[in-house]
Design a protein around this ligand. Structure first.
Ligand SMILES: NC(=O)c1ccc[n+]([C@@H]2O[C@H](COP(=O)([O-])OP(=O)(O)OC[C@H]3O[C@@H](n4cnc5c(N)ncnc54)[C@H](O)[C@@H]3O)[C@@H](O)[C@H]2O)c1
Length: 313
């Protein structure tokens, strides 16, 4: 059986780690694409990774390129094209630079990879994935945004450390936009089935929720640029579930058509990701407080989507 083809659009920090994980997990052959000015950098990174695979024994091919034709026929595209945050910037500050980039990527993806399942990572995430879907006109099952797997992973890690248990035993769903008003769902958070409130005091939980909401900014403050290992791991969980038909239930930015009361908007919700892409959105029952938090988050997403809709191009 031919190996699957995975096109990584953007060969920067997250792109490189995505490629590394694709090879390590033997998900398929990798094409690492960047703009012509970074074409030789992409080629060098690809060669370095292929040489690493000669140590690990992975057979996947890794190709660096600035030619979209090399991405032709990809089964999966993961998009990190664009600039990341610097200290003091919000994700929304990136829209002026990243909007023309996502439009350029969408036009090329439509031409060269019409059948790909696409995972968008570029920020501001919910608006960029919205624009990618609008621009390509692709079905909502084929276009999804990665943020929830990362936000949820951050929350799960903080809870596991606090409770002194393995991260494997913590389940902590997060809803809403990928911003500081995301909605960690404490009522649905468990440690191996035990409601988290029985193991961690409510004041401490509130502190961990706050740290999760500001988790991206914490890393930007420390490194001077965005996180890349955990974002790449989050996207690979989604790609793997698609490629291997795992039907995992993952928090993803999905196109809403009435779910949770929102329409024509991408926002983080629990999604079953399988061989058909976004197969199902699960609608959890929310209480008044959770609904209000989600409304605030949706309002922030809508504001930036409105900016994107009005921008020429
Ligand atoms: N969704 C999330 O949870 C999440 C988390 C962290 C970072 N991010 C976002 O992901 C993006 C990438 O972050 P990074 O740390 O990898 O940045 P990076 O600067 O290391 O890499 C981005 C790459 O995109 C390339 N690029 C620019 N225009 C392009 C185009 N038209 N086509 C192809 N490539 C192009 C750049 O040359 C660069 O190499 C940023 O927007 C960042 O804010 C999202």
């Amino acid at each position: 059986m031919a190996r699957k083809k995975i096109a990584l659009i953007g060969a920067g920090n997250i792109g490189g780690e995505l490629a590394n994980l694709c090879v390590a997990k033997q998900l398929g052959d990798v094409v690492l694409f960047d703009i012509p000015a970074k074409g030789s950098f992409a080629k060098g990174k690809a060669l370095d990774l292929e040489q690493a695979s000669a140590v690990s024994g992975a057979d996947a091919k890794v190709t660096g390129t600035s030619n979209w034709a090399d991405c032709a026929g990809a089964d999966v595209i993961i998009i990190t094209a664009g600039i990341p945050r610097k200290p003091g910037q919000s994700r929304d500050d990136l829209v002026a630079t990243n909007l023309p980039i996502i439009r350029n990527v969408a036009d090329n993806a439509k031409e060269y990879c019409p059948n790909a399942f696409t995972i968008v990572i570029s920020n501001p995430l919910d608006a960029m994935v919205y624009e990618f879907k609008r621009r390509t006109g692709w079905d909502k099952s084929k276009v999804v945004g990665m943020a929830g797997t990362l936000d949820s992973a951050r929350f799960q890690l903080f809870l596991a450390r606090e409770a002194g248990v393995s991260v494997k035993d913590v389940r902590a769903p997060v809803l809403g936009g990928h911003g500081d008003d995301m909605v960690p769902l404490l009522r649905y958070t468990t440690i191996n089935g035990i409601p988290v409130g029985q193991l961690i005091k409510s004041e401490r939980l509130a502190e961990l929720v706050d740290r999760t909401r500001k988790g991206g900014g914490e890393i930007v403050g420390l490194m001077g640029t965005s996180a890349y290992y955990a974002p790449a791991a989050g996207a690979i969980a989604m790609a793997e579930s698609f490629l291997l038909g795992q039907d995992r239930l993952l928090p993803c930015a999905a196109y809403l058509e009435g779910e949770y009361g929102y329409k024509d908007l991408y926002m983080g919700v629990p999604v079953v990701v399988g061989s058909k892409g976004v197969q199902k959105i699960l609608e959890l029952e929310l209480n008044a407080e959770e609904k209000a938090m989600l409304a605030k988050s949706a309002d922030s997403v809508q504001k930036i989507v409105d900016v994107v809709k009005k921008a020429d191009g």
